[in-house]
Each structure stands twice: as C-alpha cells, then as structure tokens.
Design a protein around this ligand. Structure first.
Ligand SMILES: C[S@@+](CC[C@H](N)C(=O)[O-])C[C@H]1O[C@@H](n2cnc3c(N)ncnc32)[C@H](O)[C@@H]1O
Length: 255
C-alpha cells in the first residue's frame, strides 16, 4: 500500500473509531456477515466451531470479532488503524473477565504469516486457555480467516490472499465479506467525502474468484451473502435516495 493511501485510511478510521459502533448500519452489516459465515463455513455447519482459531483482517473496533468469538476457540484481529484497535481493546477491558477473553487485536499491516504481533497474540490466547504446549505449536496457523468490509481498502488483493493462505493450517478456510462492484451505483456506497483511500468500489465477483483460485485455494465459491439497504447522499444531479448494495461472501479452502 502506498504510504499516502495508508495514511489517508488511518486518519479516517482513527477519527471514526470512537463513534463507529453507534452507527446501526455498521452493526447490521456485521450481523449479516456473521450469519453468512455461520451458514457457509463447514466448521460451523458441522458443529466444530468451538475447536477453531480465527484470524480477522481489518477487525476495526471488533463488531464482527465480538459476535464471532462465542462461536470459536480464539480470534486474533489485525487492523492498520491504531484508533480502531484502541476501541477494540477498550471493549475487551469492559468485559466482566477481560483476562479470560478468547479474542485479542493488534495494530499491524499484516504482510507475513509469521508477523511477531500476530504470533504473540495467538500464543498469549493459547496460554490463557491453558494450552501448556502453546510454544510447541509455533508458528501459529489459523483454521479460518475472515475479513469484513475491508478488502475494498486493500491495494493488492493477490498479496493479501497470499498472506491469508500462508496464515492458514492445511484444511483451513477463508470467508471474506465485502460489498460487490455491481456496476456504476457501487460508487455511492461511500459518500464523496470518504472516497479518498478507497482502493476499489466493491469487489468484482469473477475477478475475486479467479484470484482466490490463483492463490491456490480449493473449493472456491463466491456467492451473494446478503443485500444491504443504505441511504446515499444527493450528488451532482442525483437526489438523496436509498440503494440496495449486494454483499459477497468469498470462500476457499487451503488443501
Ligand atoms: C470499513 S472498516 C470495517 C471495520 C470492521 N470490519 C467493521 O465492519 O466494523 C475497514 C477497516 O479496515 C482497516 N484496514 C484498512 N486497510 C487495512 C489493511 N491493509 N490491513 C488491515 N486493516 C486494514 C481500517 O483501518 C478499518 O478499520
């Protein structure tokens, strides 16, 4: 990512972090993403969710992370905006027993599966749950990688898919949700004031499917996850209006 794009994104998300969870749209879209993940990922449909360790790219304040955590063994979130991670950590601190939480988040641009921050967080969660052989499992690898509403900010999709692939155990899955580039109206998902730092206006169905296959994933499937209705601003000659944005779930398994 160019340093400038990253700075634009970090500045925007640091500023939005404190109020992020008070936007009902943010909560609604994470609830829909959770529903789709639980519906599509075999670990959940086969009742094995509580055995799995999850990595989340672009966890933000943890909306999806805190919804997913009760369904899994552990979750490590990463996010490039320090403000988002502070909000995530404040929510951990507000839990009745923060020291037993099965989730953690780190402020890092993840480009390497062996990243020390991610490895440290995964090891700490393993130790916390009483896994005395935690250090023998290093480097830690995950059973599932999720990412919600973040792919459209990431400049190189092949690069992040490769990092996800390396971060998974054999047999592990990706389940990535983001809005679809369904045509020219996809531009209006972001108001004009938030378009700088947006790398692409949604995910192209055929393109992401090809990239996931090209990374080496098997059992690849890209499906409509849900439709998200959103009021969009008046712009140029177009009035303020409500638009339906399709969201995709992008699935693949590391053999
Ligand atoms: C639209 S927000 C979504 C946050 C969260 N997933 C949610 O749905 O509430 C996008 C998030 O991606 C983060 N982000 C942007 N580029 C990233 C990257 N390369 N790696 C990790 N996080 C990134 C931003 O800091 C921001 O928190």
């Amino acid at each position: 990512m160019s340093g400038r794009t990253q700075n634009v994104n970090n500045t925007r998300f640091n500023a939005e972090a404190a109020a992020w969870d008070s936007n009902p749209g943010h909560i609604r879209s994470s609830e829909n993403a959770l529903k789709s993940i639980l519906h599509h990922v075999p670990d959940f449909t086969e009742g094995k969710g509580k055995d799995i360790d999850v990595l989340e790219i672009g966890c933000g304040t943890g909306l999806l992370s805190f919804m997913l955590a009760p369904h899994v063994r552990s979750l490590v979130g990463v996010d490039t905006a320090e403000g988002m991670i502070s909000a995530f950590n404040a929510k951990i601190g507000a839990l009745p027993n923060p020291e037993t939480a099965n989730l953690a988040a780190v402020n890092v641009l993840l480009e390497d599966a062996d990243d020390v921050h991610v490895q440290g967080a995964a090891a700490a969660l393993a130790t916390r749950r009483g896994d005395s052989r935690a250090s023998e499992h290093a480097p830690h690898r995950f059973d599932l990688v999720v990412s919600h509403l973040t792919l459209h900010h990431i400049p190189s999709l092949p690069a992040i898919l490769e990092t996800m692939f390396q971060s998974l155990k054999p047999g592990g899955w990706i389940a990535l949700t983001d809005f679809e580039d369904f045509g020219s109206d996809a531009l209006f998902f972001h108001p004009k004031s938030k378009r700088e730092g947006v790398e692409r206006h949604g995910i192209k169905r055929d393109e992401i499917e090809m990239m996931i296959k090209g990374t080496g994933f098997e059992n690849v499937k890209v499906a409509t996850a849900f439709t998200f209705s959103k009021d969009v601003d008046a712009e140029d000659r177009l009035p303020e209006r409500n638009l339906d944005f399709p969201f995709l779930i992008c699935l693949g398994q590391k053999a």
